[in-house]
Design a protein around this ligand. Structure first.
Ligand SMILES: [Zn+2]
Length: 263
């Protein structure tokens, strides 16, 4: 049975049988991989406490031809993202990113850029930079990397630029003023500010991510639009998004002055 080694981030873990776990990883070279970790729930498991969601490590595994699941042999920790875990909102944000990756990526297809994007985004969340712009940039970039990017630079129907634009999930992008009237239902308004941020999120150099600002109202508009689009792509509600929304409301309730801020 061939033995492989790869960097990996834990996306999800599910209890299986009495003492085992099924763990889904994101790896650069083989994308999403689900594996059986035998005995992972035993107190003296050889995996220790490391097979936790969002942990970054080195995965050693067997992969038998024709089998769906890899066999997890070892997982050595590189980053536990402990500080991220200690903050409820940031850790829920990380879980949300993992859920998007799980939902969008196919199994066993190389995804080096998505891997880097997730790793760097978790690192940023842990460092405590402004969370919301970081999440929006991730959502936008993941759509491009996974091949689901909507067309936002010009009208999907006529290629025109006549504002105000609408956004249609069915059409897969923006619809201009002239085409909106003839398009079937389900077109949402989309502001210039949202489209500008979208462009910026794609063009931005990595090292400038931390400095991106996103005004509260614009953030909410963009967040709603992206949520709407992701829900359409996944064909279901995104549980961790709903949880994050609840946390946002609670945080806003505790600190009313942040209501109109960037959170
Ligand atoms: Zn048009």
């Amino acid at each position: 049975m061939p033995l492989y080694s790869s960097e990996a981030i834990v996306l999800r873990k599910i209890d299986y049988r009495d003492a085992d776990r099924i763990v889904t990883f994101l790896t650069p070279d083989r994308g999403k991989l689900a594996g059986l970790a035998r005995g992972a729930r035993r107190l003296k498991s050889r995996f220790g406490p490391y097979l936790e969601t969002l942990t970054h490590g080195t995965l050693i595994y067997y992969d038998r031809e024709g089998k769906n699941l890899i066999h997890v042999n070892h997982f050595d920790i590189l980053h536990s993202f402990r500080k991220l875990r200690e903050d409820l909102f940031r850790s829920a944000s990380g879980q949300y990113l993992a859920e998007l990756v799980l939902g969008l990526l196919p199994e066993r297809e190389a995804a080096p850029e998505t891997f880097q994007l997730l790793l760097q985004t978790l690192d940023r969340l842990q460092k405590g930079v402004e969370t919301e712009p970081i999440l929006r940039i991730f959502e936008i970039r993941l759509l491009v990397l996974s091949g689901f990017a909507p067309r936002v630079e010009s009208c999907v129907r006529c290629g025109g630029q006549a504002a105000p634009f609408g956004f249609s999930v069915e059409q897969g992008g923006v619809v201009c003023r002239d085409c909106r009237s003839s398009t079937v239902a389900g077109v949402r308004p989309v502001s210039r500010g949202v489209l500008r941020f979208w462009e910026q999120a794609l063009a931005l150099k990595e090292e400038r991510f931390d400095r991106v600002r996103l005004e509260g109202k614009l953030n909410r508009e963009l967040r709603d639009l992206l949520h709407h689009y992701y829900r359409h792509l996944l064909g279901r509600e995104i549980r961790s998004f709903v949880f994050l929304e609840r946390l946002r409301k609670e945080i806003a309730g505790l600190t009313p002055q942040r209501e109109n801020g960037t959170q």
